[in-house]
Design a protein around this ligand. Structure first.
Ligand SMILES: NC(=O)c1ccc[n+]([C@@H]2O[C@H](COP(=O)([O-])OP(=O)(O)OC[C@H]3O[C@@H](n4cnc5c(N)ncnc54)[C@H](O)[C@@H]3O)[C@@H](O)[C@H]2O)c1
Length: 319
């Protein structure tokens, strides 16, 4: 009998599919390695949110046929091991781009208009001190650099088009880069960093992209740059970011992701100037949670029924 494990909280919309099809499933909220080894031993498919799935656990999954991430990042799963065992790793490729893109625009606007400072001023009875609010700026007519032009980067670009800004795109892995028409322009990283007023990052974390934005990159940027990172912690070097903010090297920053999640209470980044934070919830709108839950479960069921959605499989080469 088929058995599916859902690790973490899944929206009911996805679980309804399992119920309708009378599929046996368990929900796991104790992510300790010993518990995962025990619970996953006889599972055919695993749906997983934020818990880690290392080799140490996967070696105990004798019946495993597919792992499906609830999301698109997969650095929490040991893909090398899955490749070795020819087990596909699926992601929810079509669920969360819109939600993350809206989050980026929210952060750009909140930072450029200093919404949190304004809110605090009014709330603290300092309404008439509005000249104390440092410079606020518009996105209109500005240059925005999108690093990584995949699913999320493209949704951000669509939403930025209505602000009448120039959209600089850096993604060396794309073909036909020179065919972009205004307001889109493909650029090398240095040109993008040098010219942008706003920067948003949408690349995966890997050994190549760790510390992708560090001291050298900050030194190239304009002083008026607003930088938003919703991709993965570690891609922006947090120590260098704090320094750039505190010294006024850049104007502001928004982080949804952190080198260590959650950050320690005394993490220096939390006291940086002109920064706003969200707790890695860019993709956690109600609508997006429902879509991700459904797509994760469809990824598992389709594969178990020999109807694999290849577009969502990260390690296609093993199929
Ligand atoms: N904050 C959140 O809740 C949240 C939600 C979803 C995704 N994410 C993160 O966002 C990232 C992007 O997601 P996506 O769905 O757009 O991925 P995607 O695979 O569709 O796009 C990634 C793009 O980055 C490009 N790229 C890779 N390395 C690059 C490099 N060194 N320089 C420039 N471009 C590079 C690729 O060519 C690709 O076009 C994910 O890897 C994930 O880590 C975060």
């Amino acid at each position: 009998m088929t058995k599916i494990a859902l690790i973490g909280e899944f929206h009911d919309a996805g679980k309804e599919i399992l119920k309708r099809n009378n599929i046996n499933y368990i929900e796991i909220f104790d992510y300790t390695l010993d518990n995962l080894k025990k619970e996953l031993a006889d599972c055919d498919g695993i749906g997983i949110r934020t818990a880690k799935l290392p080799k140490e656990v996967l070696t105990h999954c004798a019946k495993l046929k597919i792992v499906a991430r609830h999301g698109v990042g997969y650095d929490s799963v040991d893909i090398e091991f899955l490749n070795e065992k020819r087990i596909p790793l699926a992601i929810t490729g079509s669920s969360n781009a819109v939600s993350v893109a809206e989050h980026v625009i929210t952060m750009f606007l909140a930072l450029s208009r200093r919404i949190i400072d304004c809110h605090n001023l009014v709330k603290n009875g300092e309404y008439l001190q509005k000249t104390m609010i440092q410079k606020t700026v518009e996105i209109f007519n500005k240059k925005v650099l999108i690093i990584g032009y995949g699913r999320i980067g493209r949704e951000v670009a669509k939403r930025l088009s209505m602000f009448n800004c120039e959209i600089l795109i850096h993604d060396p892995y794309l073909k036909n880069m020179n065919e972009a028409k205004p307001p889109f322009k493909f650029v090398d990283l240095k040109t993008g960093l040098k010219n942008a007023n706003f920067i948003t990052i949408h690349i995966p974390l890997s050994s190549d992209t760790k510390n992708f934005i560090s001291q050298k990159e900050f030194s190239i940027m304009n002083n008026d740059v607003i930088l938003v990172n919703t991709s993965r912690g570690g891609i922006v070097n947090q120590e260098n970011l704090k320094l750039a903010l505190d010294k006024g090297k850049i104007l502001g920053a928004g982080l949804d992701v952190y080198t260590k999640e959650p950050p320690d209470k005394d993490d220096p980044i939390l006291s940086a100037k002109n920064i706003i934070f969200t707790p890695h919830n860019a993709a956690l709108t109600v609508e997006c949670r429902a879509r991700m839950s459904i797509e994760t479960i469809e990824n598992i069921l389709n594969h178990l029924q020999n109807k694999t959605n290849i577009n969502n499989i990260v390690n296609k080469k093993i199929l």
